[in-house]
Design a protein around this ligand. Structure first.
Ligand code: UDP
Length: 326
């Protein structure tokens, strides 16, 4: 199949693109390089384009006759989504609509969408099944929930077939050490802990130790980015075969607290990680753990890299690469 990976120069998108290397699919990237890196796209045809430029998006889709579009290009920083909601609604919703409208016009009707566990807000039950109520508590989560609703309506009205993957906490780096997570500014837990371990950052801040959890710090479900990429590939192939739209949780059914992650990182890096405790971060639920039964049973997907040791080892290799090149 000929596939366009929108946001393919970014963290998850670049692991997706790399996953296609051992397949028969033909892949191109569309990216505005606002947060992604040209280096990640160096072996592929790259269309540098912002999704707000609908005419250009239309032209690229028309000329290249893609059969599937995968959409990874969104802003993901919850804190920033509170201070700059306009940026989030414009990019994550309006620009996604531009893309979808071009696809509908050109009859490209297969779509893979990066959604998030943030659509659940404060979960009613743990682990979280896909059937739980959608009730985001921050603007970032709102943008993804809105797009999920749009997809459902576009399916009914225009026959757009889609898979929305609700990611829990994406982390880790490619095992070959060539690509990994790099955000600027970095706000994610594991890269920040490892920056404190490598000395690139003076210390690490725990955002809140007064949550109703075993040690007071937040619990998350950490899923390796290569397992995420595999879930996308299986979803895409199933979508093409069955033409059934679906929503899947992508997590590992296991929760780890911030303090537990620090401990594992100390063992893997053989370093004492300096940290301080600060207040809670706005919009952080105490606990998010996936129930991944549906994708596991339907697509025979399993998380093969998501034990915390592998996650931290691969992320540590990547951090050492980054700290050397900085
Ligand atoms: N976290 C933290 N300090 C940091 C960054 C994150 O204590 O500097 C905590 C955060 O409160 C959350 C967890 O680590 O409970 C994971 O946060 P991250 O930003 O990596 O992902 P999110 O869960 O927000 O998608």
């Amino acid at each position: 199949m000929k596939i366009l990976v929108v946001g393919g120069a970014g963290y998850i998108g670049s692991h997706m693109v790399k996953r296609f290397q051992d397949t028969d699919h033909e892949v191109e990237i569309l990216d505005n390089l606002s947060t992604g890196f040209e280096l990640n796209a160096q072996n592929y045809k790259l269309h540098i384009c912002d999704l707000s430029n609908k005419d250009l998006v239309y032209q690229i889709l028309k000329e290249n006759k893609y059969e599937v579009v995968m959409h990874f290009a969104s802003y993901i920083n919850v804190g920033e989504s509170y201070s700059q909601p306009e940026k989030y609604y414009k990019n994550n919703v309006t620009n996604t609509l531009n893309l979808l409208d071009c696809m509908i016009d050109l009859k490209i009707l297969n779509f893979i969408f990066s959604s998030t566990a943030a659509v659940y807000g404060e979960p009613q039950n743990i682990p979280i099944t896909e059937a739980q109520k959608i009730s985001p508590v921050n603007p970032y989560g709102n943008t993804k929930a809105i797009v999920e609703k749009i997809l459902k309506d576009y399916d009914e009205a225009y026959g757009l077939k889609y898979i929305a993957l609700r990611y829990f906490n994406a982390c880790g780096a490619h095992i070959d050490g060539t690509i990994g997570e790099r955000h600027n500014p970095e706000t994610h837990l594991i890269p920040l802990i490892l920056q404190a371990a490598s000395g690139r950052k003076k210390n690490f801040t725990i955002h809140g130790d007064d949550y109703d959890t075993k040690d007071g710090t937040c619990i998350r479900d950490y899923i390796h980015v290569m397992d995420l990429a595999e879930a996308h590939l299986l979803s895409l192939e199933d979508l093409i075969k069955t033409q059934n739209s679906e929503i899947y949780n992508i997590g590992n059914n296991k929760g780890f607290s911030v303090k537990e992650i620090i401990k594992i990182a100390e063992t893997v890096t053989n370093t004492k990680i300096p940290y301080e405790i600060a207040g809670r971060r706005k919009g952080d639920p105490a606990q998010l753990i996936a129930d991944n039964k549906i994708i596991t049973e339907k697509l025979n997907w399993s998380a093969n890299y998501s034990d915390l040791n592998t996650i931290i080892k691969t992320a540590w290799k990547w951090e050492k690469h980054l700290s050397k090149s900085n």
